[in-house]
Design a protein around this ligand. Structure first.
Ligand code: FE2
Length: 360
């Protein structure tokens, strides 16, 4: 055996011994472990409301809601994450469907959740025993570890979108789950929940309540969101465009005790664009899911363009170049994992010029 052959044999033996001792040397894995920029497995993807709703409806006819399965929720599964019910590596998004007079049993979990309603009413979500009406355009919160159950008091079905941090909590091995009582804790259906009566007054905070990590306000009503967006565009018409520029308005749902995000791990926002308005292309670390609330738009995700309309949802993976063009007046709900990236110091945003440069 030559010297070179002896060295090769020794090297081969070294790698076999690494394997036998469950060791992997950095020099064979550095490219994958530390790429020059994020290389998400999740892909840009659009789920059509015209597909989602009829499938949820069929589930309503065939699949009961009850203890164990807990919810008739159908998750958006990103094709880049095969076999996983995740819209992005950190975010769960699902359509939930509750039939006439149906209830969904009480439970709680460390995963943070919200509901967003694009159509319908008649369901109350009881959060810690406080009944919260769910109606079109409303954002309803279920913070980590809050007991919750749903009841439909009407003769009509209702569907909405659930957003949760299930994939993040799974990666962090931080998930806890417990069943609540089998029977509804409350059956009242007040127009305003107790938390709204206490916290739902603009910029007025009850005295004597300490800061809380999640918003103590569980319902952000469409009337308020719509009024805020309308006012931003009116100000722009008067020559005072906001930071997003002419024809664009946006609001973030916040925690009234801190001014930060309404939820600890999920950012929630509403965006409005006038017909013909086009946003600057940008890319950011972290992922997002959008749902068209009203109108039609073209969304550019990386190299692909998608026409989207009311109810359609789309996933924007980390560092994916993103821009929107409003075909009509368009309203969009957006949620993302940005609070997590902010907290970890990973926030990074590149505007059009940089995005183009880096796309070459
Ligand atoms: Fe839940």
């Amino acid at each position: 055996m030559t010297t070179i052959e002896q060295e090769q044999a020794a090297l081969d033996q070294l790698y076999r011994d690494f394997g036998a001792h469950n060791l992997i040397p950095l020099w064979t894995a550095r490219d994958d472990l530390m790429p020059p920029a994020p290389q998400p497995a999740a892909i840009p993807y659009v789920w059509r409301w015209s597909d989602l709703y009829p499938l949820a409806q069929r589930s309503g006819e065939l699949v009961p809601v009850g203890r164990g399965g807990e919810r008739r929720a159908i998750a958006l599964a990103n094709p880049g994450l095969p076999g996983l019910p995740y819209a992005t590596p950190t975010l769960w998004a699902a359509i939930q469907y509750l039939g006439p007079r149906e209830t969904a049993p009480s439970h709680h979990h460390t995963q943070t959740a919200f509901r967003f309603v694009i159509d319908g009413e008649g369901v109350w979500t009881n959060v810690e025993g406080d009944p919260v009406a769910m109606r079109r355009g409303d954002l309803l919160l279920t913070p980590s570890w809050a007991f919750h159950e749903h009841q439909n008091v009407t003769g009509n079905p209702m569907a909405w979108i659930d957003g949760l941090d299930i994939p993040l909590v799974h990666q962090l091995d931080a998930g806890f789950f417990e069943f609540g009582p089998d029977r509804l804790s409350v059956t009242e259906t007040p127009d305003r929940s107790r938390n709204e009566r206490l916290w739902g007054h603009p910029a007025l905070r009850p005295i004597g309540v300490p800061d809380q990590p999640s918003s103590p306000l569980m319902a952000y009503r469409w009337a308020h969101t719509d009024a805020a967006l309308t006012a931003q565009l009116e100000l722009a018409d008067e020559g005072r465009p906001g930071p997003l520029g002419p024809g664009r308005a946006g609001v973030r749902f916040t925690n009234p005790t801190t001014g930060g995000d309404a939820l600890v791990t999920i950012r929630t926002e509403f965006h409005r664009l006038r017909a013909g308005v086009r946003t600057e292309a940008s890319r950011m670390v972290g992922s997002a899911v959008w749902q068209v609330f009203e109108g039609e738009a073209t969304v550019t995700l990386g190299e692909e363009r998608f026409a989207v309309k009311k109810g359609d949802l789309f996933a924007v993976p980390s560092w994916c170049a993103f821009s929107l063009e409003a075909e009509t007046h368009v309203d969009l709900f957006r949620f993302s994992d940005e609070p997590v990236y902010d907290a970890l110091g990973f926030t990074r945003l590149a505007r059009q010029a940089t995005a183009r440069q880096e796309a070459r």
